[in-house]
Design a protein around this ligand. Structure first.
Ligand code: PHE
Length: 461
């Protein structure tokens, strides 16, 4: 049996510290911003069902695998795959899987900071009482106006990049627990208030039905890959984040139980966000499929008309920002640790380099919303007619993450020995271990391949 390694950067102080950090990474814009808008674009219930199946059958097993890989190797994602491959006598080319993850988290962060800046800016717009008494049309126009003011958006985005850099430069763990322990209950309470408000208003059921009554006629061919991609995105998988955080997990913690807990919390927040938003969409006869602006064009209407709306609205956007911020930290961390260890740089210097690169790469996304909104660089296939931002989002969530997840499943179940994964999960001869191993060995990889073949049109269903 292989020797257990020590982490160079110390360990999480406790199981809860890791749960907070990992939940902070998982719960973010993906749950509150992205889940509702892609659900709207893909017709509701049937899409939600496919998404839930993806979480259960692929997301949770891969999440457990990633934490396991991180803890077993106790190194940055690139070195983690390399050394575990070596331990199993496999090719060092597996480290490319770590590289792909770091590349994915870097690319995601380049647009994540832009959307995060919208949430941040909306703290002030809502707080100033701006939306008081506005109707749906005015709220929509406000958002369109906001997007068109690109110098302002550059300023907000710059602020987001700098704030993330400051926290990551100070070492990830300091403060993370405190932020997440406020954000999680905060976001649940505010979404709860919005849901209760819509129940009293009688709008609730239209939203509920849209989310939970599956109509398979509503989904398109791309819907399945979008659901799968989002399962990876929302659980922070295939991006180095969970492997990097897993490296600091104390030995006695149960990886399986913790992974499941994180996935449940993450899914609950997404479903609550859907339940808060869709009743409004239908009450105001908005189109569910308007895209990435969905929450910014709907929630302010409720905040404009409900009692204490400015207060709840401000609090909502503060929580959304905090949720995004703890995810952004986990998106920056993998690249930073990699170049620190690879080039022997100090943390501050590594943060300086990666952060500046992120800032630069965020500019095309900012400009995709205004100056370059008519620029659709690719004229064929699924990417046809998409802006630079849409392309980045599609390629990361729907191509890079599922591919990374595919190889992570293969790595864990075919390359690493059954003894070492069983030892690390400490589940003994439990049937749960056998089930997990079987899913990663066969079900998850085969499902991902089928979904890809469907996307590129080889298989049609
Ligand atoms: N899971 C985060 C969210 O839902 C996004 C994320 C993806 C974070 C990949 C880290 C890695 O917003």
């Amino acid at each position: 049996m292989a020797v257990r390694r020590e982490s160079k950067h110390g360990l999480w102080s406790s199981r809860t510290a890791f749960i907070f950090a990992a939940t902070g990474s998982a719960v973010g814009l993906g749950n509150v911003w992205k889940f509702p808008y892609i659900t709207g674009e893909n017709g509701g219930g049937a899409f939600v069902l496919i998404y839930l199946v993806c979480i259960l059958l692929i997301g949770i097993p891969v999440l457990i695998a990633e934490i396991l890989i991180g803890r077993r190797a106790r190194q940055n994602p690139v070195h983690a795959f390399a050394s575990l491959a070596q331990e199993s006598g496999a090719s060092s080319a597996w480290s490319l899987l770590g590289v792909a993850g770091v590349l994915a988290s870097f690319t995601i962060l380049s647009y994540y900071v832009v959307i995060m800046s919208w949430a941040f800016a909306y703290i002030f717009y809502t707080g100033s009482g701006h939306f008081g008494g506005e109707n749906a049309e005015m709220v929509g126009q406000d958002f369109a106006g906001f997007l068109s003011r690109w110098p302002e958006m550059i300023a907000w985005t710059t602020l987001m990049v700098v704030m993330t850099m400051i926290v990551v430069a100070g070492g990830v763990r300091r403060g993370l627990e405190r932020v997440v322990s406020t954000m999680m209950p905060g976001i649940v309470v505010i979404l709860g208030v919005l849901i209760v408000y819509s129940i009293f208003d009688g709008r609730f059921w239209a939203g509920f039905t849209f989310l939970f009554a599956p109509d398979f006629g509503e989904i398109s061919r791309d819907s399945i890959i979008v659901a799968l991609g989002h399962a990876f995105f929302t659980l922070s998988l295939a991006s180095g984040a969970m492997v990097a955080y897993g490296a600091y997990v104390p030995q006695e913690m149960s990886i399986a139980k913790t992974g499941i807990l994180i996935a449940i919390a993450d899914t609950a927040v997404a479903l609550m966000a859907g339940l808060a938003i869709f009743p409004l969409v239908f009450a105001y006869e908005l189109t569910p499929s308007i895209g990435p602006g969905l929450i910014f064009a709907t929630l302010p209407i409720a905040f404009g008309e409900m009692p204490f709306g400015a207060f709840f609205g401000t609090l909502f956007f503060i929580m959304l920002f905090l949720a995004a911020f703890t995810s952004a930290i986990s998106l920056l961390e993998p690249s930073v640790v990699l170049i620190m260890e690879r080039f022997g740089l100090t943390r501050t210097r590594a943060v300086g380099i990666v952060g500046s690169a992120i800032w630069l790469c965020s500019m095309p996304t900012v400009l995709s919303q205004n100056v370059l909104s008519g620029f659709h660089p690719i004229g064929v296939g699924v990417l046809k007619g998409k802006t630079i931002f849409d392309i980045l989002d599609f390629l990361t969530s729907n191509v890079m993450l599922p591919l990374g997840g595919f190889f992570t499943a293969l790595f864990t179940a075919w390359i690493m020995s059954r003894e070492s994964t069983r030892d690390e999960l400490a589940m003994g001869a439990s049937p749960w271990f056998a089930a997990w191993h079987f899913v990663l060995r066969y079900i998850a990889p085969i499902a991902i391949v089928i979904i890809f073949l469907n996307l590129i049109g080889v298989l049609k269903f």
